[in-house]
Design a protein around this ligand. Structure first.
Ligand code: NAG
Ligand code: NAG
Length: 197
């Protein structure tokens, strides 16, 4: 009898231990790593842009056109977006037409049809953050690679993307009229600690 009782307890402890090990492992910041092949000659070229999603206005379309020209000359491999992708308040959801009106239909030059490695800015946090991070957007435009924090390994260089908006105290203690979508960030201290590990 004692023996029969002992086995299930041991088993339960063992399962508990495994869960603990997995969750302890999961709490350290293991950033996702993406491989971006360099050119055959070993070089890499790219454009960097931030603060752009304006539905084409504020000269966004003009800049997009010039990016297309420069992108062609440099034969770019990818684009980096540093955040504030959609003004004024991020995307409202997966079906927000701003995704097409500020991204797909604006950066339409053939040289810009490359991966866009993208992080979030504070304006993006004022919308539906999960929508902007959703892989579903890649189904709408396969250039879109948006994550909170990740690494792009471009063979001769590595790019480290860190989501720094949750580091800014003001957005938490003094958000004024803004509403931030902190899903995936709270509890904040744990999020920051994990990221900094
Ligand atoms: C677009 O750029 C032109 C030329 O620099 C400038 O005069 C104009 O004010 C800009 N338009 C907007 C809406 O920012
Ligand atoms: C991109 O879109 C603009 C505005 O709709 C259009 O004038 C232009 O011809 C398009 N360029 C390409 C390469 O499709």
């Amino acid at each position: 009898m004692a023996y029969l009782k002992y086995i299930p307890i041991n088993f339960i402890l063992h399962v508990f231990y495994l869960i603990f090990v997995f969750s302890a492992h999961g709490s350290t910041a293991e950033l996702k790593r993406l491989l971006q092949p360099a050119k055959p000659d070993g070089t890499v070229s790219f454009l960097v842009i931030g603060d752009w999603g304006r539905g084409g206005s504020y000269n966004q379309s003009t800049v997009a056109f010039q990016m297309g020209e420069v992108g062609e000359k440099l034969n770019i491999d990818f684009v980096i977006s540093t955040g504030d992708n959609f003004y004024d308040n991020g995307l409202l959801g997966l079906d927000d037409p701003a995704f097409q009106d500020s991204f797909t239909n604006i950066y339409n030059a053939s040289s810009l049809q490359k991966p866009w490695y993208t992080v979030l800015g504070n304006h993006d946090y004022r919308g539906d953050v999960e929508a902007q991070l959703s892989p579903m957007l890649r189904a709408l435009d396969n250039r879109w690679v948006c994550m909170r924090s990740f690494v792009v390994n471009a063979e001769i260089v590595e790019f480290l993307f860190i989501d720094t908006t949750p580091f800014v105290d003001k957005y938490f203690v003094q958000p004024n009229k803004h509403v931030y979508d902190w899903r995936g960030v709270l509890p904040r201290q744990r999020y920051l600690n994990n990221l900094l590990k």
